[in-house]
Design a protein around this ligand. Structure first.
Ligand SMILES: Nc1ncnc2c1ncn2[C@@H]1O[C@H](COP(=O)(O)OP(=O)(O)O)[C@@H](O)[C@H]1O
Ligand SMILES: [Mg+2]
Length: 229
């Protein structure tokens, strides 16, 4: 069994890291050899002269691997801006081949790979290529994380249709509640997205308060993980 998924989203902050870490930890608990990758991370804090890629570290921690951080996360940048701009500000050009080499190294060592994108499908990675182009280059199916709030139907369909238009394989959509503010759309989002994409949702993840002792230990992640192996 060798499987790999690219996790993208309707927007930044939609829950890619939260969901990817949740799946990674659920797979690990179920004895699956899981590898993770965050190819490009911008907005990294600087500590003692080193950039700290928080997402990559969260994923590494959830997966329990001892893979080198520089393979999990070959590109990290200081400024919290789109990858191509963050790279340009540091005089770097992101190389898809280098990302693919890291990915293939990790894929060879693990049974399931989860790769977290940056922003959404049309986020620029270089001045000419987007996250969608990177997914096509890695040649793996994608999972769309959609922030369940008013507007999510439009955002999800835009992402879904663009993925299909550029020839990507959509493995599924995960709805995620990043807020517990009252929002009437939430009771309709699942059924409408399923109706309009003709795809059953992989999961509908509830808002989880930070105080929850083990938010990643939620049963919903076990179900989601099982659907992916
Ligand atoms: N289901 C959820 N319940 C509670 N908080 C969440 C949930 N999903 C995401 N969050 C929080 O929302 C913020 C953005 O999520 P994150 O996974 O970092 O998004 P992305 O990786 O897409 O930028 C984080 O602080 C995260 O912990
Ligand atoms: Mg993230």
């Amino acid at each position: 069994m060798k499987k790999a998924y690219f996790i993208t989203a309707t927007d930044t902050g939609a829950g890619k890291t939260f969901i990817t870490a949740g799946i990674a930890e659920a797979l690990r608990r179920n004895g699956i050899n899981i590898g993770v990758m965050k190819p490009v991370e911008s907005g990294c804090a600087l500590k003692d002269g080193r950039l700290i890629p928080e997402d990559a570290l969260k994923l590494k921690d959830a997966s329990g691997t001892d893979d080198a951080l520089d393979i999990i996360n070959p590109y990290r940048f200081r400024e919290p801006v789109a990858p191509n701009i963050a790279a340009r500000l540091e005089g770097v050009e992101i190389d898809f081949e280098k990302i693919k080499n890291c990915f293939e190294t990790l894929r060879a060592a693990h049974d399931v790979m989860l790769v977290e994108g940056a922003g959404g499908l049309l986020a620029p990675v270089t001045d000419k290529k987007t996250i969608g182009d990177l997914i096509a280059y890695l040649d793996i199916p994608l999972i769309i994380v959609a922030n369940s709030k008013l507007g999510v139907i439009n955002h999800t369909l835009l992402t879904f249709r663009h993925a299909i238009d550029i020839g990507l394989t959509v493995e599924g959509i995960v709805l995620n509640r990043t807020s517990d503010l009252k929002d009437q759309s939430v009771s309709f989002n699942r059924s409408e997205i399923e109706r309009l994409t003709s795809m059953p949702l992989l999961s509908d993840i509830p808002f989880t308060k930070k105080e929850t002792p083990n938010p990643l230990g939620l049963g919903v992640f076990d179900q989601l993980a099982k659907a992916l192996i």
